[in-house]
Design a protein around this ligand. Structure first.
Ligand SMILES: Nc1nc2c([nH]c(=O)n2[C@H]2C[C@H](O)[C@@H](COP(=O)(O)OP(=O)(O)OP(=O)(O)O)O2)c(=O)[nH]1
Length: 272
């Protein structure tokens, strides 16, 4: 079953809304479907997260297998179906984002199950898809006007540059990506170049984007760009406690800011 929706927000912002736990939980409440996250407590879903859905007295559990800027996929872990595959694919269409949601499932009951599919399953799935698209649209369109904080993923020789905060006390010692607020009159690439100069004393060329946006508690959106060093300077900790090049295996061991943890799978993919 396939449903589509056009959303007035950039791809990375729609990707974040799609990953937001609230989309799964409250988006479906109106249909009598109760959704509950079973694994991590982060606000954005990450691969490996499991969700339990209660529908008409039955429980169905799914696991997220992909959560990236181009969409979200999950598969059945347990429940009264023999197979379930849910894929949401996102594509940028000018300033908007096209969302295509497909659900494929196999009923375990043979011909009898197929009758049930037509009578109940299809109507329910269409309702669920419409509710999800409404929930994603509401969040993404509300977030689209937020101020942006750029983060920069600089990679060299299979290692990512991470920096350790020295302030405020609540975050001192935690790791983040170089970056900061986009200032008035500046675009995101310019902010990446300026922040890397100020924080690391290096020249960086922005090369693209990574992962979905991440909503911050301060009402802003964290948006990660990729970049490469173009000059001979070595990155130095100007305002930070330390800078470090980390490989894919070392990545999860650092004490990252909570917001950055939901991007680790995208950063790891960049290193491999
Ligand atoms: N630079 C950066 N900021 C991040 C990351 N993750 C994350 O939540 N943030 C947050 C921390 C801050 O609230 C905000 C970044 O703002 P900023 O770098 O201008 O730093 P700040 O608020 O401490 O302000 P300032 O005094 O340095 O100007 O975004 C990240 O990976 N890199």
């Amino acid at each position: 079953m396939r449903s589509t929706g056009l959303i007035e927000a950039p791809l990375a912002t729609v990707g974040a809304a799609l990953r937001h736990t609230r989309t799964a939980e409250t988006g479906l409440a109106g249909l009598g479907v109760r959704a509950r996250r079973l694994t991590s407590a982060d606000s954005l879903l990450v691969p490996g997260d499991e969700l339990a859905f209660r529908i008409a007295g039955l429980t169905l559990t799914t696991r997220v297998v992909r959560a990236d800027v181009d969409g979200l996929s999950s598969v059945l872990v347990s429940g009264p179906l023999s197979r379930l595959q849910h894929d949401t694919v996102l594509a940028q269409v000018g300033p908007r984002t096209l969302l295509t949601d497909s659900v494929r499932w196999t009923s375990p009951l043979g011909p009898l199950g197929r009758i049930g599919d037509v009578a109940l399953g299809r109507r329910l799935v269409l309702g669920v898809q419409a509710a999800r698209i409404r929930a994603v649209r509401a969040l993404a369109e509300a977030w689209a006007d937020r101020e942006v904080v750029v983060g920069t993923a600089i990679v060299r020789g299979g290692r990512l540059l991470a920096q350790q905060r020295s302030y405020p006390a609540s975050h001192a010692g935690q790791w983040e990506l170089p970056g900061g607020r986009v200032e008035p009159g500046e675009d995101e690439d310019e902010a990446v170049v300026r922040e890397c100069r100020e924080e690391l004393g290096v020249e960086v060329r922005p090369t693209g984007r990574l992962g979905t946006d991440v909503p911050l508690d301060n009402g802003m959106l964290l948006r990660v760009h990729t970049g490469e060093l173009t000059g001979p300077e070595e990155p130095a900790a100007v305002e930070h406690r330390e800078v470090r090049w980390v490989n894919a295996a070392e990545l999860p061991a650092l004490d990252w800011l909570e917001t950055d943890r939901v991007l680790l799978h995208s950063l790891r993919a960049l290193l491999s």
